[in-house]
Design a protein around this ligand. Structure first.
Ligand code: FAD
Length: 492
């Protein structure tokens, strides 16, 4: 393990690292020796939601008149990210007799959780009204409405609190662990998974999945391929190593990995073409040159052709524009910007608190209030002085011009520059501030009460693999927690 492994992270709890237990963590494991049996139920009920999602056995559970739980239901989660872990924990806690295994391709689990929120992990958002919450999802909001009625940010907060992780809320509603350290969340999920008896296999990419009933339909192959380890129901999971695993239920939580989409497609699912969301804009413009690092707390960015706009902080970067308003705009405009090869007109209103009339009035007043002062000396608006100087120059106003001598024409040009500055987006920023994927498994084919596939019974989805994405602020993790919690409950 590298030095960044959870083993070496400062832990908020005093218990030993979950990764130190060989029964939980395995890199290139010998399958037979890994899973601790029997599964001991978690000592305390942890599910924040009071009612189990499904009370009657799933049809696939009934085998010769008895339920699969009597022979340890095999549940496999492909993907050891936020959704995979949360789904596995939810499932293992709801059915302590199930054999829950996470297959993770990488050598480290929960990599994105660790790097998220600039290393602080923006776990969720303090928005506790589902109808309002869904407005933060450019794609998937409608489908999530009912799901949030079952598991929403309040439940996320309660879940982490029951694990002794307190979250704090920042002024803009973003919620972080009080430690301001994402490893708190990583460690919490690892420990909860271990305590629930989840098996974690690292360095174990799944490369294909076959629905076993499909194999049986092909009678020429059936007798050859059905083995006692795989079973004759559920799924056959093919690992890169050549090993094959049998599983009664399967949760695909592979994020935006192309292999995950491929597996979903092979099981009958439509994939909405994945394109990036939450990115910065490349803009080459004299008004912004050498102003990197300057920010405006409240500006409005518009994509006029797409009729989209967002208001909030805008940050000038050395490649163009960034900051929450730009990231949000990129999310809502993800598809249209992709289709235009990230070349589009952008309008910036640096002073959205004014309209053209009120701004003109303010400038007229300044002509008398500061009559003898040079216009560039002091910016009369909440804008950094260097940006003010650039906007004056762009409006053709010399920095030495006295306020009293500002012509009507120059004043109108300045109003335009301040409220309707025209910029040209020339590309998508490569800096991954908070990158997420728009597109994925089509939501029409997923039952959002259970997250089960409508075309392949026993197959479930959670997290970023779905055609769901949120704006920046903790909404993407919340969608991962919600969908995986529902899937975990339903699979159990
Ligand atoms: C830099 C950055 C910062 C972010 N910060 C935040 C934030 O603060 N708040 C927020 O809400 N969102 C944030 N996000 C978005 C958030 O990280 C994702 O929405 C979230 O991680 C999705 O979780 P997931 O489990 O669905 O997918 P992932 O986290 O991508 O996990 C999928 C896992 O599946 C594994 N996998 C894929 N294919 C296979 C396979 N075939 N076999 C086995 N394993 C496989 C992958 O290795 C990976 O570990 C951030 C994203 C980035 C990139």
């Amino acid at each position: 393990m590298s030095s960044s492994s959870p083993l070496s992270s400062p832990s908020p709890l005093s218990s030993p690292s979950p990764l130190s237990s060989p029964s939980f963590f395995s890199l290139h494991p010998t399958p037979h020796t890994l899973h601790p049996t029997p599964h001991t139920p978690h000592p305390t009920p942890h599910t924040p939601h009071p009612t189990p999602l499904r009370k009657t056995p799933h049809p696939s559970e009934i085998e010769d008149g008895c339920t699969l739980s009597s022979r340890h239901l095999r549940i496999t989660v492909i993907g050891g990210g936020a959704a995979g872990f949360f789904g596995a924990i939810s499932c293992a806690r709801a059915n302590p007799y199930a054999k829950v295994t996470i297959l993770e391709a990488g050598r480290q689990p929960l990599v994105k959780v660790r790097i998220s929120g600039g290393g602080r992990c923006n776990v969720t958002h303090a928005c506790f009204e589902p109808a309002t919450l869904v407005q933060n999802y450019p794609r998937g909001g409608k489908a999530l409405r009912g799901a949030f009625a079952r598991f929403q940010p309040k439940d996320t907060v309660a879940w982490f609190e029951s694990e002794r992780i307190k979250l704090k809320t920042e002024a803009d509603g973003r919620m972080f662990p009080i430690s301001d350290d994402s490893s708190t969340i990583v460690y919490c999920l690892l420990q909860a998974a271990q305590a629930a008896g989840v098996e974690l296999r690292l360095g174990t990419p799944a490369i294909a999945v076959n629905k076993i009933s499909h194999i049986n339909e092909d009678s020429s192959q059936a007798s050859d391929r059905v083995t006692p380890e795989i079973g004759d129901k559920g799924f056959e999971i093919c690992l890169k190593s050549g090993e094959k695993l049998g599983s009664d239920r399967l949760l695909l939580a592979t994020g935006s990995n192309p292999l995950g989409y491929q597996i979903a497609q092979s099981l009958g699912h439509k994939i909405i073409p994945p394109v990036p969301s939450l990115f910065t804009f490349n803009i080459r413009d004299d008004r912004l040159t050498d102003l990197a690092g300057i920010s405006v707390a409240n500006a409005r960015a518009r994509l006029p052709e797409a009729k989209l706009e967002q208001t909030g902080p805008v940050l000038i970067a050395h490649w163009g524009l960034s900051g929450p308003a730009i990231l949000k705009l990129s999310a809502w405009g993800a598809r249209v910007l992709h289709d235009r090869s990230y070349k589009a007109a952008l309008t910036i209103n640096w002073l959205p608190q004014y309209n053209p009339e009120t701004l003109r009035e303010r400038l007229q007043a300044l002509k008398s209030e500061r009559a003898k002062q040079a216009i560039a000396t002091r910016c009369p608006f909440p804008l950094p002085r260097r940006l003010w100087e650039r906007l004056l120059a762009s409006a053709g106003i010399d920095r030495q011009t006295r306020w009293a001598s500002l012509s009507k024409k120059a004043l109108n040009l300045l109003v335009g520059e301040l409220l309707q500055g025209q910029y040209q987006i020339t590309g998508k920023g490569v800096f991954k501030e908070e990158f997420v994927t728009c597109g994925g498994v089509s939501l029409k084919e997923v039952n959002f009460k259970t997250m089960e596939s409508r075309c392949c019974p026993g197959l479930y989805f959670a997290g970023e693999i779905l055609d769901i994405d949120g704006i920046t602020g903790g909404f993407n993790f919340q969608s991962a927690w919600t969908t995986s919690w529902l899937a975990g409950q339903a699979m159990s």
